[in-house]
Design a protein around this ligand. Structure first.
Ligand code: PDD
Length: 285
């Protein structure tokens, strides 16, 4: 079992213990990040730290450690866990109180926990070898603060379970007006006549680091046309391509939605271009 970090110390996972009075356990009162690392090179460390800071601030907390100290912890965890294809999970909860009382307590120190887990090898822009994802769709039944990367993930867990029950990989979510928000653990892009489109940031979706990096890479490159705008599910159903983005998947092509092929049912040409660009530039963030 791997080495983990808990409240200032490195230890085997089997020795990591927290109190059941931890507010992360009782209330899901915390913020987390998942950062990918391939051969000890992190993808998007800076934007992940920025989002952590903003998320903690949104729930009335500050950063538990200096970013440089978080970097040191992550570097050690990566090395101690073999420096292969790793996701680094970093979790900050409001800490352990003596009583169960909803209000934010004072004088309680945050719980900081980090561990690594194996992720698939670095995605490559290759139509022959990429996995084509299958998805279902559902009304988005989560809360109204989906922009906060909260450890209270029950809504997401239930939506992800819908996809597992249906025998597919993910669930695309849409709001009360029928517009795409995101997926249970990914952001979503569509391609319509060579234009790449993704919903604009709002409280209805997570500001995904992969999403943000991809948009920035597309902007700097300047060859592919893209838009951030509301996307009705009718457009999603008629899209030429659909992609899921997340830290461990990068850009994943979707080939089936609700049992129907997406476009021609094959991985698309625009996916190939976008994943190539992403692969070429992702270590700059
Ligand atoms: N999921 N939307 C949701 C609801 C997510 O949970 C995630 C990430 C994303 C993509 O964000 P990013 O590009 O920053 O990974 C979008 C992570 C990986 C998880 O919960 O395991």
């Amino acid at each position: 079992m791997g080495t983990v970090f808990l409240n200032g110390e490195f230890m085997p996972m089997s020795e990591a213990k927290i109190s059941p009075m931890d507010r992360g356990f009782l209330f899901g009162d915390g913020i987390y990040e998942v950062i990918p690392s391939y051969a000890a090179k992190l993808v998007g460390f800076k934007p992940h730290m920025k989002r952590l800071q903003v998320g903690l601030q949104a729930i009335g907390m500050g950063m538990p450690m200096a970013i440089s100290d978080i970097q040191t912890v992550i570097d050690r965890l990566v090395v101690d866990n073999g420096a292969g294809n790793l996701g680094i999970y970093l979790h900050v909860s409001r800490g352990t109180d003596s009583k169960r009382f909803h209000a934010y307590p004072t004088g309680v120190s945050q719980t900081v926990f980090a561990f690594t887990f194996e992720i698939p090898p670095e995605p490559v822009a290759d139509k022959q070898h990429v996995k084509g994802y299958k998805v279902v769709s559902s009304a988005d039944l989560r809360w109204k603060r989906c922009h906060i990367k909260s450890t209270s993930l029950l809504g997401n867990v239930m939506h992800f379970q819908q996809s597992q029950t249906a025998g597919v990989n993910e669930t695309l979510l849409y709001n009360d007006a029928g517009y795409l928000t995101e997926a249970s653990a990914c952001n979503v892009f569509i391609v319509q006549q060579n234009t790449i489109i993704t919903p604009p940031l709002s409280e209805q979706l997570l500001p995904g680091i992969t999403r943000g990096m991809l948009l920035d890479i597309l902007k700097v490159d300047g060859h592919l046309h893209f838009e951030e705008r509301a996307i009705h599910m009718d457009e999603v159903r008629n899209a030429d391509e659909i992609w899921l983005t997340s830290s461990s998947k990068e850009i994943a092509p979707v080939i089936e939605l609700d049992g129907k092929p997406v476009g021609n049912g094959q991985v698309g040409e625009m996916w190939l271009k976008a994943q190539s660009l992403f692969s070429a530039h992702k270590y700059n963030y």
